[in-house]
Design a protein around this ligand. Structure first.
Ligand SMILES: *[C@@H]1O[C@H](CO)[C@@H](O)[C@H](O)[C@H]1NC(C)=O
Ligand SMILES: *[C@@H]1O[C@H](CO)[C@@H](O)[C@H](O)[C@H]1NC(C)=O
Ligand SMILES: *[C@@H]1O[C@H](CO)[C@@H](O)[C@H](O)[C@H]1NC(C)=O
Length: 210
């Protein structure tokens, strides 16, 4: 349903390009070889979790998605409520055309509404799944500006093929841009061989893992 989009055929073309890029990305990810080293075993999750916490200064990822009025005691309840609201609203046909009500969380009042997605990461990545902001809205509600992700740079752990002195895989840190919101913005342009080319944001992309 492209009520808000002026040029239907170009929107369709974009949609086709997105799905092509998306399936290419998936294929690349699946083709990425997972090197194992038979002389190492995997450290346990407790160990990896504590390294992850250290790297991210104890960040509780759920806080990235909550509006500012949470307390340490109600994070669980609030986050679960957001996820279930997300799940029910994501399928609404008016999701990209009508904003939420004044007392809704920011993610539904935004002119680029988003929901909370969760993506399993490939083998050898910790955490094993990541929450991220997700939208299928290409243009902002009420205008033809574009919806672009606001990224938080989280640090994740990636397994190497080396073992430490305890015979456990060494994990190295890696910075991962994680969409936590979408903003309504003037489309970005880059100069390319004298010609101006518009870069559309990648829509509904999984958290890229390289
Ligand atoms: C997890 O691994 C760490 C480091 O190897 C070890 O000290 C700890 O006892 C392990 N914990 C459990 C619950 O297996
Ligand atoms: C976004 O998803 C909803 C629900 O699946 C759908 O009704 C809507 O048309 C989609 N919007 C766009 C711009 O793809
Ligand atoms: C496997 O682990 C051992 C011990 O850390 C290391 O010497 C060796 O280079 C590793 N093999 C590969 C293919 O990385």
């Amino acid at each position: 349903m492209y009520i808000e989009i002026r040029n239907k055929s170009s929107a369709m073309k974009n949609q086709v390009i997105y799905s092509l890029l998306f399936s290419l990305l998936i294929q690349l990810l699946e083709a990425a070889p997972v090197f194992k080293n038979s002389s190492c075993s995997d450290p346990n999750d407790t160990f990896l979790q504590s390294r992850f916490n250290e790297l991210n200064n104890g960040l509780d990822m759920r806080k990235l998605f909550l509006d500012s009025d949470w307390t340490e005691n109600d994070i669980d309840a609030r986050f679960n409520a957001l996820v279930s609201m997300s799940n029910s609203r994501a399928s609404s046909p008016s999701f990209c055309t009508v904003t939420g009500k004044g007392n809704d969380p920011l993610m539904f009042r935004s002119l680029c509404p988003w929901t909370i997605g969760s993506e399993n990461q490939r083998d050898g990545i910790f955490p094993k799944s990541l929450y991220y902001a997700k939208t299928n809205c290409t243009s902002c509600i009420g205008s033809h500006k574009s919806c672009e992700p606001l990224n938080y740079r989280i640090k994740i752990l990636e397994r190497t093929t080396q073992c430490n002195s305890d015979g456990l895989y060494v994990y190295k840190e890696k910075t991962q841009p994680l969409p936590i919101a979408y903003v309504c913005a003037q489309a970005r342009e880059v100069e390319q061989t004298g010609q101006s080319v518009t870069i559309a944001s990648i829509i509904d992309a999984p958290v890229p893992v390289r």
